[in-house]
Design a protein around this ligand. Structure first.
Ligand code: HMG
Length: 406
């Protein structure tokens, strides 16, 4: 029996700033963002949302769609680097908002953007060991990628959450965690010391660390599958990379082709890169181009983008996922897609959320940027106006240092 994932809920804030407007304000050609980074718009989170509401809004969708009684959830894991408390986990707030019962293991997990994958692997292994009937778990990745104002990281901002329903009879994909290729190393490429509102980033070095981790994870994965160099691409149908910005997927795939075909001529490597990128990687890019980096959820938003783009063509296919988190930790793993995934994919709603967003001016972005995270108070009546089909929970402020949600 192989456990896996039966459904994915995705939530993105309904505001965005275009990279064209950001480029104008920053005095750089828009091509730097559109071509150099490959991004077009980035999600902006208003201050009535936070990592808790995004997590609950994503998970609520999978409870509703699958008619699940919240008491059936026995493990609730939230991965985030945008936590709201040093002690109280985001997962506990989510448990409360979703009315999940007391007989459930509830915890938060952190390892930069990789943490969600650690939570997923742990949950799948927990399900596989479970002897009770029909065990169900939810793994959530929720983050606000916020960089210093006017810094090189600013155009790679974004926000969003993903919730994965994990069970022992997966309708979307199964995952044999014993095959996963792993790489971890202690590096300082991107970090946010306690008390800092935005990360410290060694941008170019972080790209080198990402590529080093990809190489290490791929080499371990190949070994686990008994493959030789040059045999990886023919054993996969698609690859989804962790994407802090769209161009990172190009850099990653180019590196993978260079490793896999190191003895081939540069011309033949270029041909393999162009063909395999268009077929295997490009379908996963919509989310990052439109939303930006969402840290822990990034690679899973890539998977949702791919599934929405490919639909039933993805049935029975083998998708390689590369999850990377600064610091650093990484894992390359194989999702074996099921048959009959059409109905699950049709209800994911990423495209629908993107089509219904509101564009902010640069001046409005500045207001949102400087306000979010500060002490705010919305009255419940006012907060109702912020809700819609996807936004069910909003943050209304603090009372006696306790976060309030409506
Ligand atoms: P930058 O200063 O914008 O770099 O920083 P740049 O000046 O080299 O420009 C970027 C690209 O735009 C270059 O292309 C330029 O040539 C191109 P490349 O050489 O890379 O192919 N360019 C243009 N293209 C067309 N027309 C033009 C033009 N001008 C320039 N006119 C950097 C870029 C990514 C470093 C910065 O945005 C940054 O620091 N980002 C944050 C860190 C990051 O995303 N790192 C990625 C790997 S680490 C990771 O993924 C983990 C992470 O998600 C965190 C976590 O785990 O929690 C970040």
């Amino acid at each position: 029996m192989l456990a896996g994932v039966s459904d994915i809920g995705i939530y993105i804030p309904k505001y965005y700033l275009s990279h064209e407007d950001l480029a104008k304000a920053r005095g750089v050609p828009k091509e730097k963002y559109h071509i150099g980074l490959g991004n077009h718009n980035m999600a902006i989170i208003p201050n009535w949302e936070d990592s808790v509401t995004m997590a609950a809004n994503a998970a609520q969708q999978i409870l509703e769609r699958n008619n699940i009684d919240p008491n059936e959830i026995r493990q609730l894991v939230v991965s985030t680097e945008s936590g709201v408390d040093h002690s109280k986990p985001v997962a506990s707030f989510v448990q409360g908002l979703l009315n999940i019962g007391t007989r459930c293991r509830v915890y938060e997990i952190k390892h930069a953007c990789y943490g969600g994958t650690a939570g997923l692997v742990d949950s799948i292994e927990w399900i596989s060991r479970h002897t009770n009937s029909e065990p169900k778990g939810i793994v959530i990745m929720t983050d606000i990628a916020k960089y210093g104002f006017g810094t090189a990281g600013e155009p790679t901002q974004g926000a969003g959450a993903l919730a994965l329903l994990v069970d022992d009879n997966p309708r979307l994909f199964s995952l044999d965690t014993m095959l996963n290729g792993i790489f971890s190393k202690n590096v300082y490429d991107f970090w946010r010391p306690t008390g800092h509102r935005v990360p410290i980033v060694d941008g170019k070095y972080s790209i080198d660390c990402y590529l080093m981790a990809l190489e290490g994870a791929i080499s371990h994965f190949r070994e686990n599958l008994g493959l030789r160099e040059g045999e990886l691409l023919e054993n996969l149908d698609y690859i989804v990379y962790h994407m802090p910005f769209t161009k990172m997927a190009h850099k990653a795939h180019r590196h993978l082709v260079e490793i896999e075909y190191r003895d081939s001529s540069p011309e033949s490597r270029e041909k393999i890169f162009e063909e395999s990128f268009a077929r295997m990687v490009a379908p996963s890019l919509t989310g990052v181009q439109e939303v930006g980096n969402i840290y822990t959820g990034s690679v899973y938003m890539g998977l949702v983008s791919l599934l929405e783009a490919e639909g039933e063509r993805a049935e029975g296919k083998r998708i390689g996922l590369f999850s990377y988190g600064s610091g650093c930790g990484a894992e390359f793993f194989l999702c074996q897609m099921m048959q009959g995934i059409g109905r699950v994919v049709d209800s994911m709603g990423l495209r629908e959320q993107l089509e219904n967003r509101k564009k902010l001016t640069f001046e409005q972005y500045v207001q949102f940027y400087s306000k979010s995270g500060e002490e705010v108070l919305y009255y419940p009546e006012e907060a109702k106006g912020f809700k819609n089909k996807f936004t069910r929970f909003v943050f209304t402020g603090f009372q006696e240092h306790r976060r309030q949600y409506a």
